[in-house]
Structure formats: C-alpha cells, structure tokens
Design a protein around this ligand. Sequence first.
Ligand SMILES: [Zn+2]
Length: 96
Amino acid sequence: MNNLEKQDERNEIFRRDRWMCQNCGRHVMIHGTPQLAHLIANTKANRKKFGNCVIDHPLNRVATCCLYCNGRMNIGNNPVKANELADKIRDELLKE
Ligand SMILES: [Zn+2]
C-alpha cells in the first residue's frame, strides 16, 4: 500500500466513524487531535498472535480525539473481546 492509499484508508475510517471519537463521542476535528486507535493494540506480540491482516484491518482501527481516548479503546487485555473481533475481521477478509 502506498502513502496515498494509506491516507485514503485513514479518511475512510474517520468517515465511517462520522469524525466522532469512539471513546468520548466528541468531534475529532473540533476537539483534540484526530488519531486512529487500534482495538487490538499494534504490538509485535499481537501481530504474531492475530496476524498483520487483523491488526491492520479497518475494523481494528477507530477514530479517537486524543492519546487518552486512544488508550481507552484497547481491548487487547480482554481475550474474549479480542478474539470476537479477530473472528469478525477474518470473516470479512473471507468475503473480499
Ligand atoms: Zn475522545
């Protein structure tokens, strides 16, 4: 994926989330610094466990307004939720 495609994908995720922070509900452009949070954190261990296609998938990334909210979105410490999301993403990948 080149930089332009990465930028498009970012914008696509912000559009999907209506530019609303998925933790506090505030508009990311008006309040704070728009940033994408990983639900299953982007770590070496998680990449090994879940695979790059899960970690990088748009469903694993959500709009947030600041570092605090970004950190609050992490579900990596909840194995049930993390596995549910990983399964959902794998289903999506099979559909493509
Ligand atoms: Zn927020």
